[in-house]
Write a new protein. Sequence first.
Length: 277
Amino acid sequence: MNNLLASLGAVTADTWKTVGIVAGILLGLALVIVIAILVVGKVFKVNMDEKVTKILENLAGANCGGCGCSGCAGFAAKLADGSGDLSACHVTSPEKKAEIAKLLGVELKTEQPEVAIVKCNGGDANAVDAFAYNGNQTCAACNTLFDGNKVCKYACLGCGDCKNVCPENAISVEGRIAKVDPDKCINCGACILACPKHIIERIPAKAPVYVACSSHCKAKEVMDACKVGCIGCGACARKCPHGAITMVDNLPVFDYDKCTGCKTCVAVCPRHIILER
């Protein structure tokens, strides 16, 4: 019996010795791995921070949010980690974008200058009210109530959400209709994101004319809702001598590469909704 207990004691001691050795090895490995992670993380963090800083130095610094980020710092971080698209920024100059493209090791896409336009000319003077709105004077709030207080559901609500976010004061609101000053517009896109009606779009800066209407409704509905809305008659498309206009879903769409600025479309439009810039 004594011999059996002695044998068990010896086995137990050997077992604990083995366990201790294994535990020591594992602890050592864990320590090495942790140190390696910290060192590598620090190196890559420094490199990433340096890249973000260099990118940020080349961005316009408008902090307009047009790229979808809260500001230029957030956009720079996205570009640095590969999740951002340089073309999303419309404010930074082509020269500075070229520098950023070099830092990122990507090819810079060719872009033509653009400006924002409001595709509506309704307002109080032309667009019929569906009801009197006396709530919070923002387009976002007004739009939550029956899609806005205008009969036309594509109409500018005229509360100035776009104006309030424009970093260059390029937008004015008169008669409950927003207008963009192309000479001040930096094409940041903040107004486009702010508009709950999605009627602010970009067009080439060289464009001589644009359609100030977004309604896809049929002629009768348009005429009941607005004095100047496009009725989709297609006169502009038929009369354009250069084939620069195509009717799509009751609205004219311009091919600005073909448009020469002859203004024939302006002259023949019965609703006077094709405006000169």
